[in-house]
Write a new protein. Sequence first.
Length: 283
Amino acid sequence: MIRTPSYRLFTTIADDSLRERLPVFLEAAGSRYRGAITPLSPPALALDTYVVSDRSQWESIVTQLLGARSDVVASMNRGGFTLQGRSILYEIGSHDTFVLLAHEGWHQFAQASFKEPLPIWLDEGLATWFEGHRWIANTPLFTPGDNPDRMTALRNAARAGSLIPLDQLVSTTPQDWIAKGGDWPLTYYAQVWALTRFLLEDSTRREALSQVLTLASRGQLRAELSRRVGDRAAGIAMSRRLGSAVLESFVNRDQAELQQRLMEFVNEQDRIVRDPGGQSRSP
């Protein structure tokens, strides 16, 4: 076990370079979660993160930690999962392991420190937003727009005419798209990444999103939603974690206009990538 100020890291990774960078990355990511968008309170206790060498070790750890529930969870997506503030992951290559760690680390942070849950689209969108990073010597630098896998999936969906409409995007879960198969899960994650960037790269929308995070962190989001949309609508939104209530209440009540602005943003990202005289990746 490796202790850091904010984490307890359990790992069987044999590669010295990867193992030594894991705690550095964890602490840097944790700091990023707490301050990149708006100041957020840290979890009360150090968070437990497991990063093991392969899936067979991972399945063994899952069985030890979760017992009877492990049969269901062990069939989950590539790389691992986060449950009740604990991330249980396995190595999937050096770069992808850190991408996974950043993604699941956000879920871990939110589960452990927020008093109310975020809408699923926003929780997943922020997890993808935190994925983008590069290393400067031995220091990770987080760059939300520098996420070529999400950009490629977004571009492919846009060109194929298979982008998910905004009202459907915020009313479905990742599991819905996994069940549908094909490239739909990749499209879903790419679009919640794009939606989160769209919200955060505009000062007015960023302020609205900061307010949502602050309220959820303090356990005040439902009360504020009730004030804005009524008790029944707020209760449904918070219990299901689905729908457009948060977007309509804090960002723009005109969802058609928001959809149009979002598509303009997506098309601009595609143009930046395709422009041979411009940048190779979105900013």
